[in-house]
Design a binder for this molecule. Sequence first.
Ligand code: ATP
Ligand code: MG
Length: 203
Amino acid sequence: MKKIGIMGGTFDPIHFGHLVTAEAARDAFGLEKVVFVPAGHPPHKRHRTVSEARHRIAMVNHAIISNPGFSLSTIETEREGYSYTIDTVNEFLTIYGDNTELYFITGADAIIEILSWHRVEELIEKCRFIAATRPGFPFNKDSQIPQEYRGRIFPFKVPALAISSSQIREMVSQGRSIRYLLPDTVEAYIRKNNLYRKENFHD
Ligand code: ATP
Ligand code: MG
């Protein structure tokens, strides 16, 4: 059995909270690799302008390049219209074959959202979920996850980093330092491309 991790997210921008979560999950669950999948048109983020896919992809690339256990898939950003996790999971099963166990890695906040996702039954049947602790988002599997899904959802403790992309965007727009919240190369990319500056900041 091949075990592959999928780390989905908007990654606007990617930060150390994402990276430590993916690496800790890879190590603890014995995953062959973790594939980062930047979201195309996130249905739940329609209220704000998300940076262009090419920027989010470039930042993920910079962030993961030094880790041979990480890779990037543009499967969702290349898809037309909204992207649904179930479509991504189905495509991964086609690519890697039926002999693969897929582990979708999410933070505790995102796993709660999953229950409202499109075709959730099919999703839970086809992949397992690693629900990482995240500061500020309490998570209790017994009270927050319906019983029939619990066997497929694994709560997972990661070193707590109270970092979010929204906070980083806000800090950049205020001219504050974001050093040590994300890789230097990603910070340099943000500066070079003038991302999250006041004039184009909409959150
Ligand atoms: P935003 O503030 O724009 O929502 P974010 O920091 O939550 O950004 P996303 O791209 O929305 O980043 O998150 C992708 C995935 O990473 C989600 O499953 C989310 O729960 C998880 N995640 C994000 N930040 C952390 C963190 N600091 N610790 C653990 N998991 C995290
Ligand atoms: Mg988020």
